[in-house]
Design a protein around this ligand. Structure first.
Ligand SMILES: [Zn+2]
Ligand SMILES: [Zn+2]
Length: 187
């Protein structure tokens, strides 16, 4: 198996976890509680975590024989647009993370694909890809401001919520009202 080049991760990046403090002895545990700035494009096209807003990391790093198991929650704000009425959605999201990152040159490293099991780079773990997947999964593909959002009137584009219950574009010009009455009687 070809050797990967040495770590390209920046230990100061917000979603890079440094495990130097964590003894490589199965069972050893460290917690990571910190608030970091959300990276760009965390989420989907219609809804996601705005770049630079606070992400709350509440994680456990646990040494296992083949690497480090990262588990816990990451939470933050989400902003998006209602797919029906285009109103802005402001909400929050909390995702559970549970990922194994294999030590370089461990059996897991040699016998699994990087897509299946994450890899450590030296003592560093890049949480961003796993977090990105978890956030995308947690967010709706068709975000709605509320479950029963009635959307927009297709004729005038005004939100149904802001229109009277009898709003309609079928109103007849008063000058023709009489004629219409006539037609109807004939039918
Ligand atoms: Zn809506
Ligand atoms: Zn209308």
């Amino acid at each position: 198996m070809p050797k990967r080049s040495s770590s390209s991760l920046n230990p100061k990046a917000p979603l890079v976890l440094d495990t130097r403090e964590l003894p490589r002895r199965p069972g050893a545990l460290r917690t990571v509680k910190r608030v970091v700035q959300a990276p760009a494009d965390l989420g989907g096209e219609l809804i996601g975590v705005p770049e630079g807003t606070d992400l709350d990391l509440d994680l456990r790093l646990q040494s296992v024989s083949e690497g480090v198991l990262v588990s816990g929650t990451v939470s933050g704000l989400v902003r998006g647009e209602c797919g029906r009425c285009l109103r802005e959605i402001n909400d929050s999201v909390a995702v559970n993370v549970q990922e194994l990152y294999a030590y370089e040159d461990s059996t897991t490293d040699e016998t699994t694909d990087e897509d299946e099991v994450g890899r450590m780079q030296d003592d560093l773990i890049d949480l961003e890809p796993a977090l990105r997947d978890a956030v995308v999964l947690a967010l709706p593909t068709n975000p709605l401001c509320r479950e029963d959002c009635p959307g927009l009137c297709p004729e005038c584009g005004v939100q149904w919520d802001d229109l009277p219950a009898d709003h309609s574009h079928q109103q007849i010009d008063p000058r023709w009202a009489g004629l219409s009455q006539l037609t109807r009687t004939e039918e």
